[in-house]
Ligand binder design. Structure first.
Ligand code: GLN
Length: 516
């Protein structure tokens, strides 16, 4: 379908695309996509689709800045594999989307379109009054990608998800955000934040669109050494087709039938920070799945409570190493060229990185020092393995990574540990916060506030640590204290998160369809 009836001025309001790095009139982007197809003999799976690309994914057509002053002039000499695959499949790259610098939250200045686009309709309430708000956060770090979909500026968008950066903005903006299994989608040409966690994710308004993009990108890439090898892809594809009783049962699940699907509700996700309205939406989501034939199973993932701390040790550690290349010589706009060479690195990095990136580099460098390494980095790696084993114990399918000997096998299951097909949790602890609140908590003068914001990722980081697939689905809208232009209280979207075993992406999307 044509992606939109929205206009360029909507982007001025939401700041979803970086204006200098996009073909901002979506209708002409759509026409360009159609024109691109003309003359081509065969139809391609993504013909007529316009796709927005997060600005940490390399494109030749547009600069790739990671929304950092350090890379403000960086043009990649090549396209990322995902961009090439999209274009080869007929998609039109609409432009680059706004993000938190290098993918690190708290969230950037993208304005959440959800208050202006009621769920499930193209009926926009955009008018002159939109400039007056309410201005809510689109979430991060792929906030621009989520907003570009929510404002109907494109048919789909790519984001990256290291600890929740696709799922959280999807939840806040009321769109679908899918983080596939770690290694499924190539990261060649994606600027690294934390290599052992980084994934490319897909945002769209419906599951069939997510699937079309996923089917295009889900293939082995020899250019990415962390990409899932054929030796694992093939058994995974094969296990989807074996005619066991369970496989037959699973293959029948659809948007209207989840007969026998075992949905786990992990007690440990019921954290204090979870807002009451989100808890109620979680209960409604479980009842909805039950009504379609699913069996709700209380489960336990006991190491969940340590996941957030482990993530905020491992991700900065890897980031501190990855960001070392931005020295003003190999990469990055150098500080004043008159700066003497022995101080150029420091000057470039001091001026070029924002406060959150500085904080991550300092934290990450510290946990990798010889005095802190054993107490922090090694402990966090152990926690990561325990979190993964919690999931392995919960899921009915085995973790296929065991077969290649890359992961120690999980403890055997028992009656105390009922096994499930998918796990259901909220995606975020609340609906989108106001942008003013986010801005107020970011100045470096208040050094503890950004740390408090890290709790927003509490629901999403366990799946990242385990490398399992996860999707946020806009299940419902909950009442907020924010007022619309007529003075009424706004209902805002909240996402429900579904998790599945490593490599079980197809089942995940099938069940997700029943939640939309
Ligand atoms: N907010 C998290 C962080 O800052 C998640 C980032 C991400 O997934 N890219 O690390």
């Amino acid at each position: 379908p044509p992606p939109t009836s929205a206009s360029t001025k909507h982007n001025d309001v939401f700041n979803a695309f970086i204006p200098t790095q996009a073909a901002l009139d979506p209708n002409s982007a759509y026409q360009a996509a159609v024109a691109q197809r003309k003359g081509a003999k065969a139809m391609h799976p993504l013909d007529n689709m316009t796709v927005a690309i997060k600005d940490n994914i390399c494109t030749q057509r547009y600069r790739t800045t990671c929304c950092s002053p350090l890379l403000k002039n960086f043009s990649s000499p090549f396209d990322a594999t995902v961009v090439t695959l999209l274009q080869d499949a007929g998609a039109w790259i609409a432009g680059k989307t706004n993000m938190d610098e290098f993918g690190m939250g708290p969230f950037g200045p993208t304005i959440n379109p959800a208050p202006f686009f009621p769920l499930g309709t193209q009926d926009q309430r955009l008018s002159g009054t939109v400039a007056n708000g309410p201005h809510l956060s689109a979430g991060g770090s792929s906030g621009g990608s989520a907003a570009s979909v929510a404002a109907a500026l494109c048919s789909a968008a790519l984001g990256t998800d290291t600890g929740g950066s696709v799922r959280l903005p999807a939840s806040y903006c009321g769109v679908i955000g899918f983080k596939p299994t770690y290694g499924r989608i190539s990261r060649w040409g994606v600027v690294a934040y934390a290599n052992s966690l980084d994934t490319v994710g897909i945002l769209a308004s419906d599951i069939p669109t997510v699937k079309r993009v996923y089917d295009t990108l889900n293939r082995h890439d020899p250019l990415d050494s962390t990409n899932m090898p054929e030796a694992i892809r093939q058994p995974l594809a094969h296990s989807a087709h074996v005619r066991t009783e369970a496989a037959i049962r699973r293959s029948k699940w659809s948007a209207s039938n989840l007969q026998g699907c075992r949905v786990g509700i992990p007690a440990e996700y019921h954290v204090n920070e979870l807002s009451d309205t989100v808890v109620k939406a979680w209960q409604r989501a479980a009842s909805h799945l039950e009504a379609l034939g699913a069996i709700i199973v209380p489960i336990s993932c006991p190491h969940t409570r340590y996941a957030l701390s482990a993530y905020y040790i491992l991700a900065p550690a890897e980031a501190s190493s990855n960001l070392a290349r931005y020295d003003g010589i190999r990469y990055g706009a150098p500080a004043d060229p008159a700066t003497p060479s022995h101080t150029l690195y420091g000057a470039t990095r001091t001026q070029g990185f924002g406060p959150e990136v500085h904080r991550r580099i300092l934290l990450g460098t510290y946990v990798l020092t010889s005095t802190a390494y054993d107490d922090y980095f090694v402990q966090a790696q152990k926690v990561r393995r325990l979190v993964q084993q919690d999931f392995d114990r919960a899921f009915y399918l085995p973790n296929l990574l065991h077969m290649s000997g890359q992961v120690p096998s999980s403890p055997a299951s028992s009656d105390d540990h009922p096994q499930v097909d998918v796990i259901l949790t909220p995606t975020a602890i609340s609906h989108a916060p106001s942008l003013d609140k986010v801005r107020a908590s970011t100045p470096s003068s208040n050094a503890t506030a950004p740390m408090a914001d890290y709790v927003n990722d509490v629901m999403t980081v366990p799946a990242s640590l385990a490398g399992i697939p996860a999707v946020s689905v806009p299940f419902s809208r909950v009442p907020s204290a924010f007022q619309d232009e007529l003075g009424g209280f706004l209902d805002l979207p909240v996402g429900m998160q579904l998790l599945a075993q490593y490599g079980d992406d197809e089942t995940l999307l099938r069940v997700a369809e029943a939640l939309v």
